[in-house]
Design a protein around this ligand. Structure first.
Ligand SMILES: [Zn+2]
Length: 88
């Protein structure tokens, strides 16, 4: 990412979480939905990611159909919070 949104938001959420639950200790908040992606120059960068479920009916050998699901990761090219490109 070319921004500090993820660590900044995690820090803000951790601080608010700790304020709301002072009886706890070592509070930590980690945003989920991030993965490592490749940049055009073969570098590695952390990017926001989502998942798509692809579904289709396939014919069965004995007749009829069955539903087949596939999951596919989608890497976002822009930060979902500030909109900056993930590429340098
Ligand atoms: Zn950002």
């Amino acid at each position: 990412m070319n921004c500090d949104c993820k660590p900044r938001i995690e820090d803000d959420l951790t601080r608010k979480f700790a304020e709301k639950t002072p009886q706890g200790a070592n509070h930590c908040v980690e945003l989920q939905g991030y993965a490592l992606g490749m940049t055009p120059d073969s570098g590695v960068v952390m990017v926001a990611a989502g998942e798509a479920v692809l579904q289709a009916e396939h014919p069965k050998k004995g007749g009829g159909t069955r539903v087949v699901n596939q999951r596919q990761r989608i890497l976002f090219k822009f930060c979902p919070f500030c909109g900056k490109s993930v590429n340098p």
